[in-house]
Design a protein around this ligand. Structure first.
Ligand code: GLU
Length: 332
């Protein structure tokens, strides 16, 4: 059984709108890149902002040594994985964080992306593992997938990775939204509060471990994460290269009193073949040259390993700018 490597905290478990500076005499042109993330309480938002921070750190150090890249970066909150991929395709975003399952499907034109293949999608590196989690209210009486029947379940906002993965899991279990008492489409920022306020009984979320959004529900109002390790999840993992089993270790949150087993994906960092090679090279370089700083920026990043980031979870072709960096470093 495949396993994703997780962290000490967490798991036994991976076009751009460049505006040239108007001043023709300026020696270095300024270029602006935008990275699509997720909800502000998730790990994608921390990922995008960590990447921008390192891009700006390299810019500051480059100014001292005369090595200028001229890139300015922003990482706004967005709807999540599939929204980010769609906006990269439109040239509205230059980069984005996306689940490895949705990277695979977008690049291959399968599942939600059937008839909407995005062949120019490019992988840059993968980041942290993201177990898919069903988080249930303290007194909801839900202990297994089957117990969700007749309950109010948040299936996630359209555009989020968890919405897509929830739909895949529902299909695999033969569950329809009409089997729930209600199927809500709250965002990741709204769902924990809704659970604690008793407005929903459970929600599905694909996210790095640990994270502040989930702890609002677990530590805040006694919500629990249930096991997802039946024959249905086993088949999903054995049939699909982008899924692996993951363990959320005992002690991760206040209510994690024993290890939780579920399946999961990797968070990946993606772009388009239309984004220039030197830009992707500089962003890859900024992250990899400062990997120790990166690991400190969120507890879900503590185990990041550049060699694994280059390969794990990536099914789209690697962008030539990333390849240039990996070859230069002798990693490829
Ligand atoms: N995996 C989620 C998604 O695609 C986002 C998780 C996060 O924000 O960290 O959309």
């Amino acid at each position: 059984m495949r396993k994703l490597a997780l962290t000490a905290f967490a798991l036994a478990f991976a076009g751009s709108m460049f505006a040239a500076a108007g001043d023709a005499s300026a020696q270095s042109k300024k270029r602006f890149i935008a990275i699509g993330t997720g909800g502000p309480t998730g790990v994608y938002f921390a990922t995008g902002n960590a990447i921008c921070r390192l891009v700006h750190k390299e810019a500051a150090e480059g100014r001292k040594s005369g090595r200028k890249h001229g890139i300015r970066c922003s990482a706004p909150s967005t709807g999540g994985s599939t929204y980010n991929i769609g906006q990269i395709r439109e040239g509205e975003l230059d980069f984005g964080v996306a689940q490895s399952d949705w990277q695979y499907h977008a690049f291959n034109g399968t599942s939600k992306f059937e008839g909407k293949k995005f062949g120019k999608l490019r992988a840059v590196f993968s980041v942290h593992p993201e177990p898919f989690q069903i988080i249930v209210g303290k007194d909801s009486g839900i202990n297994t997938w089957a117990d969700l029947k007749g309950k109010r379940v948040n299936i996630g906002n359209p555009g989020s990775g968890q919405r897509g993965t929830m739909e895949v899991l529902m299909k695999a279990h033969g569950t329809k939204t009409s089997d729930f008492k209600a199927a809500t489409e709250l965002t990741s920022t709204e769902q924990s509060k809704a659970l604690c306020d008793g407005k929903i009984d459970a929600y599905g979320y694909t996210v790095g471990v640990p994270n502040a959004g989930v702890s609002v529900a677990t530590d805040g109002c006694g919500a629990r994460i249930i096991n997802l390790n039946s024959s249905v999840e086993k088949k999903l993992v054995s049939d699909n290269p982008f899924y692996a089993f993951a363990t959320i270790p005992k002690g991760t949150y206040k209510t994690t009193t024993s290890d939780v087993t579920t399946f999961g994906v990797m968070a990946t960092f993606v772009t388009s073949a239309d984004v220039p090679e030197d830009v992707v090279y500089e962003v890859t370089r900024a992250v990899m040259e400062n990997i120790e700083d990166f690991r400190k920026l969120h507890p879900a990043f503590v185990n990041l390993d550049p060699k694994k980031m280059m390969t794990d979870g990536n099914s789209a072709t690697l962008h030539s700018g990333a390849v240039k960096y990996y070859k230069e470093k002798g990693m490829m």
